[in-house]
Design a protein around this ligand. Structure first.
Ligand SMILES: Nc1nc2c(c(=O)[nH]1)N[C@H]1C(S)=C(S)[C@@H](COP(=O)(O)OP(=O)(O)OC[C@H]3O[C@@H](n4cnc5c(=O)[nH]c(N)nc54)[C@H](O)[C@@H]3O)O[C@H]1N2
Ligand SMILES: Nc1nc2c(c(=O)[nH]1)N[C@H]1C(S)=C(S)[C@@H](COP(=O)(O)OP(=O)(O)OC[C@H]3O[C@@H](n4cnc5c(=O)[nH]c(N)nc54)[C@H](O)[C@@H]3O)O[C@H]1N2
Ligand code: SF4
Ligand SMILES: [Mo]
Length: 722
């Protein structure tokens, strides 16, 4: 094909949507001026099969957004001034070096936000920069999200990224705990077009069961839905496991520890689970029957399961249920992927480690080199050796996305220096002294190093930049490269040779090398010739060979989980299980198909329509408090207080209220024209950094005890649960 010369011939391009984990393949048509004239799902894409959701159109909105930054900003005497890339980078490197020289390496903290996992350049280059800082205070969105999931994979399978995913296309029974893929399009599970796959499941005679404190969009398309009191999945899952183990075990030959687990879960009866979780004992027993009887079944626990006190034990229980029913590593069960670029086998991501060091103030454990972000504010505010004096924030908005973000916002101005790599001036980046804006999603090459490794089908797709970067712009990998080099110059040191090589190649070159040396011996060029990429077929059994445990076996009675289940059993026996006070409600989050965390709210197209920021409350809970539909209420937690309007919803479990996260835009200097006009508050003004998951210290974002009263009233909470 030659390049088009006629205006009548649209230029068709195939790219990947990088907004969420579904990683849909898109087909774009451009007119002669490069304007997008058509955007749709790529029907022949072997993974996403034509799926697209409204958020994909935001890719264009971001590209055209007048608020999007394209040149570096530096705050001088309180005013933002556009400066050259050279000045912005050199100044940042000098200040970081000065802080490290004066206060030590770990006086520079790092926060890596979610979009980093959706940017190839961040994955290939940013970590080299972070490593070169040689700080022990690195945080990321992982610890407000899937940390228990990763830690479980490390404990059971020997690698934090060896995570099996439900083989939805071949299963007979899919059970989802704390997951709403009808809105989120799947997570720790790249499953583009969940709605159609769910319909296909039904057409095969398969069933979907959802366990969630809200009758979610996914619950509404399920065959059955059970309410569960937030934070109590561990009891229901352990009871489910107990019931299954009473029937037997179909665990594969390379699995150890089943008898020990059988004894361990003995105290966790279905009746006890009903008492503590509200999920009916009958429903638990029935689900156990169904899992035992189904030829092929898969259980997946996501966000709602990880962001609670016993999140890692709950995730462990999910895995053991899949193991005991014989569904791990079997078509139609939960399976490991065989990605063309295998980030696990090739050592691109380390296996993980827990508690190799601890946070300075509270002593919470690191995982895989990262500390839990719940300690970020105290590490900034508590004086002493090792206090954080400067921050590097890349693609993150922790003021809106981490617990008690409003308090974090108060501590950021106390830093000696902060640099943000981000293309928006938002609630977090406004506290920076320098903002380095990278190119946007349509201006960069992409390959899903991570999400191919979690996808329901083995494919490989390369997405070329739709637009070239402007001469004044820089890619995120160029920013990371230049910061690393400038910092090395400040230190008067040469970088290790390997790092120099890594930094010098482009992300496309790095991927090309990985593809050429992969088992399939392919290349970027080859992938570009096949829009949608190569299709390596459905998932195939990989165990025990793929295990990264020392003996290539799985010990389900892993020490960490055993000790924690024993501790929980002792609490149950001692009657010291935490319960909310009678007038408290439990707050959970929610996602909407047209939101994406905090950063798509500047798209007018996505935010128009019925408001969706309200506190959802069951009418009975509202009436008990003399609250009318639409009324303004005060919500008070141990960590903070907000005023918000309510919307009645019979879809809420009584005793549970819900607020979405990522709202509450604004503040001096924020430059988000559309977003700041949106109503809503930040749910993370209520979540409590002192409540963390028991083993890996993930934030407890769901099941937050709150008091809700008509605005004007008061109400303090009855204290923190354990
Ligand atoms: N449209 C959209 N898509 C997204 C995102 C987005 O913001 N918007 N974000 C992306 C990201 S970063 C992620 S991590 C994924 C997350 O994807 P999901 O895991 O689907 O996240 P949520 O929609 O928050 O779903 C969590 C569910 O858990 C329920 N829940 C809360 N507490 C509990 C509990 O204690 N037990 C149980 N069983 N359930 C509970 C909630 O009611 C909710 O339905 O979505 C991704 N996709
Ligand atoms: N209460 C509560 N809190 C939550 C959640 C919840 O369910 N409930 N969900 C949690 C989850 S799962 C997650 S993942 C986190 C997300 O939390 P964060 O990652 O901290 O925040 P985001 O809202 O994703 O903000 C992303 C930022 O990156 C910028 N950005 C977007 N693309 C790029 C890019 O390509 N490069 C760069 N450099 N910047 C970019 C955006 O402008 C924005 O400032 O929130 C968590 N917080
Ligand atoms: S589901 Fe996710 S990846 Fe697919 S189009 Fe929507 S936002 Fe993009
Ligand atoms: Mo996330």
């Amino acid at each position: 094909m030659t390049s088009d010369t006629s205006a009548a011939v649209p230029r068709t391009r195939f790219i990947t949507c990088v907004i969420c984990e579904a990683s849909c393949g898109l087909r774009v048509e451009l007119d002669r001026d490069g304007q997008i004239t058509d955007l749709r799902g790529h029907a022949d894409d072997p993974l996403s099969r034509g799926h697209i959701c409204p958020k994909a159109f935001a890719l264009k909105d971001i590209h055209d957004d007048p608020d999007r930054l394209t040149r570096p900003l530096r705050k001088i005497d309180g005013e933002w001034v556009e400066v050259s890339w050279h000045e912005a980078i050199e100044h940042s490197a000098r200040r970081l070096h000065e802080v490290q020289t004066a206060h030590g390496r770990s006086a520079v903290g790092v926060y890596l936000g979610n979009p980093n996992v959706h940017s190839l350049g961040a994955l290939t280059h940013l970590l080299t920069f972070v490593r070169s800082l040689r700080t022990r205070v690195v945080f990321s969105a992982t610890s407000v999200d899937q940390l228990p999931h990763q830690a479980m994979a490390w404990a059971l399978y020997g690698h934090q990224f060896l995570i099996p995913v439900p083989d939805i296309d071949r299963t007979d029974l899919l059970v989802l705990f704390g997951h709403n893929p009808m809105a989120s399009n799947g997570s720790i599970w790249t499953v583009p077009d969940f709605p159609q796959r769910r319909r296909d499941l039904a057409a095969r005679g398969g069933r979907l069961v959802v366990v969630d404190p809200r009758r979610t969009e996914t619950a509404k398309v399920a065959d059955s839905h059970h309410f569960i009191r937030p934070g109590t999945d561990v009891y229901a899952l352990l009871a489910l496991l107990r019931s299954l183990l009473s029937k037997g075990s179909r665990a594969a030959a390379y699995i150890d520890g089943i008898d020990q687990v059988r004894a361990l879960v003995e105290p966790f009866t279905a009746d006890l689970a009903e008492q503590l979780s509200g999920m009916p004992a009958g429903a638990i027993e029935e689900l156990a029957e169904a899992l035992w009887a189904a030829p092929r079944a898969a259980v997946h626990g996501r966000m709602g399961v990880s962001t609670q006190r016993f999140g890692m034990v709950a995730q462990w229980a999910v895995q053991v249920i899949n193991i005991v029913t014989g569904n791990l590593d079997r078509p139609g069960g939960t399976m490991f992927t065989s990605p063309v670029i295998d980030v696990v086998a090739r050592g691109l991501i380390g296996p993980g480690h827990l508690g190799a060091w601890r946070s300075r103030v509270r002593g919470l454990p690191e995982f895989g080199g990262e500390l839990p972000v719940s300690v970020l504010r105290e590490e900034i505010e508590t004086p002493g050796e090792g206090q954080i004096k400067a921050m590097v924030v890349v693609a993150g908005n922790p003021v809106l996305s981490t617990p008690a973000g409003h308090r974090l916002a108060e501590s950021l101005p106390g830093l000696e220096f902060m640099v943000a790599v981000d293309f928006y001036l938002n609630e977090t980046t406004r506290h920076a002294e320098v903002i380095l804006p990278p190119t946007g999603p349509l201006e960069r090459d992409h390959y899903d190093l991570l999400f191919h490794a979690l996808a329901v089908r083995n494919t490989a797709r390369f997405s070329p930049a739709l637009y070239p970067r402007g001469p004044q712009q820089r890619h995120d990998w160029e920013i990371a490269r230049d910061l690393t080099l400038a910092l090395a110059r400040q230190r008067g040191r040469r970088l290790p040779l390997l790092d120099q090589l890594r930094l010098r190649s482009t992300p496309r070159q790095a991927v090309d090398v990985l593809l050429r040396t992969s088992r399939r011996r392919t290349s970027v060029r080859q992938l570009l010739r096949t829009p949608g990429g190569i299709d390596a077929g459905p998932l195939v059994p990989r165990l025990p060979a793929r295990l990264r445990t020392k003996n290539k076996r799985i010990d389900v009675a892993v020490d960490l989980a055993v000790a924690e289940v024993e501790r929980i059993a002792a609490k149950v026996a001692g009657g010291t299980v935490w319960q909310p006070a009678p007038d408290e409600l439990l707050l959970i989050g929610r996602r909407h198909q047209r939101d994406n965390n905090s950063w798509l709210h500047n798209s007018a197209r996505l935010t128009r329509g019925r408001p969706r920021h309200q506190l959802l409350i069951h009418p009975d809970d509202a009436r008990d408090r003399s609250i009318e539909d639409g009324a303004l209420v005060t919500v008070t937690s141990e960590a903070g207080k907000v005023e918000i309007d309510v919307a009645f919803s019979a879809d809420m479990m009584p005793g549970v209220v819900s607020l979405p996260h990522g709202y509450g835009h604004g503040g001096p200097g924020v430059r988000l024209g559309v977003a700041t006009r949106l109503p809503g508050v930040s749910v993370n003004d209520l979540t409590d950094p002192d409540r963390v998951e028991s083993l890996a210290a993930n934030a407890v974002l769901n099941g937050v005890p709150v008091r809700v009263a008509p605005a004007g009233g008061t109400g303090a909470t009855g204290g923190r649960p354990d």
